[in-house]
Design a protein around this ligand. Sequence first.
Ligand code: FAD
Length: 507
Amino acid sequence: MSNSAAVPIRQIVIVGGGAAGWMTAAALSSLLPAGSVRISLIESEAIGTIGVGEATIPDIINFNALLGISETEFLKATNGTFKLGIKFVNWGRVGEDYFHPFGPHGADMNAIDFHQFWLRHQVTNPSSDIEEFSLNAAAAKDGRFALPDPNPRSVLSRLRYAYHFDATAYAGFLRNYAEHRGVRRVEGIVTEVRQDAETGDISEIVLENGSTIAGDLFFDCTGFRGLLIDKTLDVPFTDWSHWLPCDTAQAVACDRGSEILPYTISTAKSAGWQWRIPTQHRTGNGHIYSSSLLSDDEAIDSLLEDLDGPAIGEPRKIRFRTGHRAQPWNKNCVSIGLSAGFLEPLESTSLFLIQEGISKFIALYPTADMPDVVRDEYNRQLVKKFEQVRDFIILHYKATERDDSEFWNYTRTMDIPDSLDNRIELFREAGRVFRYEDELFAKPNWVAVLLGQNIVPRSIDPIVGAIDPASIAHSLQSMRSAMNNAVTQMKSHRNFLESYAWATEKF
Ligand code: FAD
């Protein structure tokens, strides 16, 4: 095999220093061989960052671990808390709630999914709730937390968690990390992006003070502005707002009570939903809504009515468009973060999509000529990730029985992607659910939302239907007792945090 013609990339320029920019800078500075490439990051304090984004999914643990970041240092630096899942209130019907836990319900038996046994059990025990068999849900309900046990025989090994944290502090933490590994930070506003007249590749950026920064490869991490991928390269945007009609958020933090919940709360409202995210120092709140159906004033009033404590400052309005860049990587520009696309934060997936962009880029790390085949593969894989997450989010809107507003009447009756329609029908038939093509959400995630929003299978899996119901009840009872015992051994979430990673400075 000859690699003699391959010219390596020597200069990488990252434009933008929000979570996307600094996650990219931190990962590249850690994973690329030292001294092999010069990395510069340009950001502007005058422009600032989006400054929201406090909830995550368990994959963030892998990202931090890859970078060798200590969990306690990270939690202290970002006022972080643990997250066991999301409590969804009023989504299926007003007055109902359910918990979407990270981690499984019960344990599969004989290679058959646990939920099939539970569905069989429920036929004769209609008051049984699948959440009774989720370790995460049980711990969340009691406000408790423990780290998973590395011993796979322990019930506690089944616990999965993520974090809530201050996203701005996370970017600052990663900035420190990346600068220590040689990333050069440049403060300034980019006023011009120059392209090669022949190829159209980006050749250099020009700052307000007239200085220029040239590169072989550029990352567009400029957020919704999309300074390179949109304003310069004009890559089309695939718009999904007909499936996800919310387009505006009002965000405000508030004081929190003494308790710190180990989960996010998402409460469905008349034209959208409201998040509640507990960090160590405050509660983050936001109301996401469709601006054609709710005025800003109505959205703010509704947001402020539902806070844990006094608001800290005024609500901040953020407009967004749901969808993604048709080619997140175009020419010599890779867009990462909000410039590449956005799906509303209902399942806290944005930082995950940033991670995916970074890890796929590393897996396909190109030579300076950037072959089309590499770019095409990156785009194919990343767009697929966006589509898979999109389907999971749409499910929450489609699988509702609410008919109390124009918003829910629209989402309940709208056409949905065939991929999702097929999934729902398969589940409705006999509770079958599959994880396709390395997708993010696993079977228990789909099951939690499908059942939580009252999609009940019409029939029982015939294999499980042939098993003695008493033996199923016995197995389920043992699982539940083992789980409840494990939960009673856990500390309260707050006590755990205080002993493990309490931020000394509360700001
Ligand atoms: P930004 O934070 O906007 O950063 C853009 C950067 O580009 C800034 O540094 C800015 O200074 C720089 N820049 C722009 N133009 C120029 C210029 N001309 N010159 C120099 N610099 C420039 N994600 C989650 O994972 N969980 C959540 O709970 C969550 N909640 C969210 C709620 C809302 C309402 C929204 C809108 C997003 C949420 N997100 C969430 C997404 C998350 O906030 C973003 O994915 C993440 O912060 C990354 O943003 P970014 O770095 O792409 O953009």
